[in-house]
Write a protein that binds this ligand. Sequence first.
Ligand code: TXE
Length: 488
Amino acid sequence: MTRFPLVCNHIGGAYVSTASGERFQSRDPARGELLAEIETAGPDEVEAAVVAAEAGFKVWSRMTGAERARILRRTADILRARNAELAELETRDTGKPIQETSVVDVLSGADCLDYFAAIAATLTGEQVDLGPSAFGYVRREPLGVVAGIGAWNYPLQIACWKAAPALACGNAMVFKPAELTPLSAARLAEIFVEAGLPAGVFNVVQGDARTGRALVAHPRIRKVSLTGEVGTGKRVMADAAATLKHVTLELGGKSPILVFDDANLDNAVGGALLGNFYSAGEVCSNGTRVFVHRTVKAEFLARLKARVERMVVGDPLDPASHVGALISAEHMDKVLGYIEKGRAEGARLLTGGERVTCDGLDRGFFVAPTVFDGCQDGMAIVREEIFGPVMTVLEFDDEDEVVERANATEFGLAAGVFTRDLTRGHRVVAALEAGTCWINHYNVTPIELPFGGVKLSGLGRENSRAAVEHYTQAKSVYVALADVESPY
Ligand code: TXE
């Protein structure tokens, strides 16, 4: 019988076996095949990872920013050199099409490492004149040992989006990937070592919520950055209170796309496709509530249907496939359940709406890209995050109405606006309750811009200089240049 690789926890710069011997499996969601067995990190492994990170932190935080930058850049170079191999690994672990993972998942991680390498080399505090008898300065210091907890839709990108700013600012990290996609973060740990990262600066512990909770509870971990569902974010924040940890939370969403009557409809359709069917819809910032002005809705739907029905659902390792497998059978059932709910609530199915099992796809978890028209704001498929290839189309008459309806949600991750009237574009974006907005595009996330949500979609921001605030702390220093005047 083929022995599948055993993936251990990567602690202190090397793979180490767990004391408990507890294991879980990772399977290819397109074929159902076993990919690897993974050792679960228990309390002993979490403690060992924190001890290793503390040792790594001592070395890493004493290096200059320029020295840290060189290692982060070298890591980015190795990721790019191994893009094909790592993209295939990510496709096998997530079910996402190789035509996506080979251009986004690994390369965006490399870009993130390059960007924060530049920040590492230019990180400064400030000096404040306080008159002739004193001056002050503010040191920007690392927090120490921090934790990252990832979701399963962009495993390697999420690991890089958390590790790059943390390490650039001089911290050491213990990272836990989602249990459904454990493989690429382990490879990142190997590559960091190859790039010369000191032992213990980046550690990977494997496991489910139990391992995640052990990280959040650990008294010597100073901060947690989570990517996950809203419910998980609330639990992490509650647990973090016991040790007063900093938290940044990148959570779920049910974001709106607004298509005005003067929009370029080909672009609006393109944006809606990017915002609903990339990664088979498993993207937190997806614009799954598409509001279309009544006068252009028929034309919008005609062009949308034609382009959706040209999309290829297939083996994600086939470069021709646009839509791959969902992450698990349970998640596929959840998505199919929402499609049934949409039908039951009276939404009109425009295209898709079923599991795809032809041509050997029955071994995996494939759902056709699905569009519902005639949706009402109160429907479950309009209010709840489905996290699958299901787009809801709603119609509106005027700007004030659609802005109010778009904001009528507890989420606030992202939003898109399609119009040729840029005054209207900027006015509407200013009124939308969302952390990330696009005018005449969707789901493009350059590393230079902050990313994150408002309301229940999260706390804090990833990427851009904003991330430095979350991975450093300010120390004020007052320097007296004269004698102490004291009344005592
Ligand atoms: O999340 P889960 P998933 C969101 C996306 C969707 C979800 C899908 O919108 O809602 O993530 O990812 C660990 N204490 N985003 O299903 O179940 C768990 O082991 C500590 C938003 O993975 O919340 C996993 O590693 N850890 C995002 C991680 O938390 C706990 C982009 C997430 O698990 C825990 C991508 C606990 N109590 C997906 N419970 C964005 N906004 O950028 C679970 N975990």
